[in-house]
Design a protein around this ligand. Structure first.
Ligand code: FE
Length: 341
């Protein structure tokens, strides 16, 4: 194999070809829970640089995981790209991933944003702060996620359902920080402050706040970024009514999560797959990838968009995100016992 490659490279050299052209015929198969427009341009860039063709299958995160499980070792997928450390951990637990180590990724991605045993690597950061309606809430009234259980917020909070992985991960981070008992006591009070039974996605919570159904929303910032930069005037005006508050800044920091990549157990193009994941962690990719979706780069020191900068710097909870996965079952049961629909 190695000799063959050397021979090809030698021939290519004589013919004046670039290495990218030599690897023609090589490919990598990607299952992605990220929308095509959020990832395709980067994949094209990877292909033109390396000559490795990327076959992209997009789908919903949970459906892709099921697909991987049912295809088993015969799956054509080499990489699973998905959101939330909770989901990446589920993929690992389901046995559809395999560990790999890369010096490039180890250097690029802080240890709290990747699996210690090499089963997944975070590639972008998503923050889940508190958002409040300007004029109806004074930011001085806000402090921590924990303080949202105070009865002064009765029927004033919009948040999506407990079946949502982002909320499950938030609760997992609270169990890690405060323990299970304290988090359950908190959740029981927090649920009483909901303005309405949970429904819709994160954008709907922001819209609910903007339309006066509630004063506080808990949502990932990239939804707000998307609304602020939307072509739809209604979305822009709703988004402009709310502001971001970074909670727990005097303590552990605001809750963050990742989108990330895993090498599948069935991977037949392992080398190309690792190369692609490493490419996604390069500064240039990080810049584009994070900005395109209003996320934060997972790699430190990469520039941020003006929208992100407008919300200011914040302290992020530096909890190792593997905990979001291991504590997920506890979080789900706790939310259920607390009456969080
Ligand atoms: Fe999302």
């Amino acid at each position: 194999m190695f000799k063959q490659k050397q021979l090809l490279l030698g021939m290519a050299f004589m013919l004046g070809l670039t290495p990218a052209m030599v690897s023609a015929g090589q490919e990598v198969n990607l299952y992605s829970a990220r929308k095509e427009k959020l990832i395709k341009p980067l994949l094209d860039k990877f292909s033109s640089r390396t000559g490795i063709k990327v076959n992209l299958v997009t789908g919903k995160a949970d459906a892709l995981l099921k697909k991987l499980q049912s295809e088993g070792i015969n799956s054509p997928a080499d990489i699973l790209l998905t959101t939330d450390a909770g989901r990446l951990h589920r993929a690992k637990s389901a046995g559809v991933t395999q560990p790999f180590f890369s010096d490039k990724l180890k250097k690029a991605i802080p240890s709290q944003y990747r699996d210690a045993s090499g089963h997944w690597y975070g590639l972008s950061l998503r923050a889940r702060p508190i958002m409040y309606v300007k004029g109806r809430v004074n930011p001085s009234e806000l402090s921590t996620y924990e303080a949202l259980a105070d009865s002064k917020w009765k029927r004033r909070i919009c948040i999506r359902s407990s079946s949502n992985i982002y909320n499950q991960s938030l609760i997992a981070s609270m169990i890690s920080a405060n323990g299970e008992k304290a988090t359950e006591n908190w959740a029981k009070k927090f649920v009483k402050n909901f303005a309405r039974p949970p429904k819709g996605g994160d954008r709907d919570q922001i819209k609910g706040a903007a339309s006066g159904q509630c004063d506080i929303a808990v949502a990932n910032t990239y939804y707000l970024a998307g609304m602020l930069n939307s072509k739809d005037k209604k979305q822009r005006s709703a988004a402009n009514k709310v502001a971001v508050f970074w909670p727990n800044q005097n303590g552990r920091g605001a809750h963050v999560n990742v989108s990330g990549a895993a090498l599948t157990k069935s991977a037949k193009n392992r080398h190309n797959a690792v190369k692609l994941i490493e490419f996604l962690a390069e500064p240039e990719s990080q810049l584009w990838y994070a900005q395109k979706n209003g996320e934060y780069p997972a790699r430190p020191g990469v520039k941020m968009s003006s929208t992100l900068l407008s919300w200011g710097k914040f302290k992020a909870d530096n909890l190792n995100l593997v905990n979001l996965g291991t504590l997920n079952p506890k979080a789900v049961m706790l939310m259920d016992r607390s009456g969080w629909k």
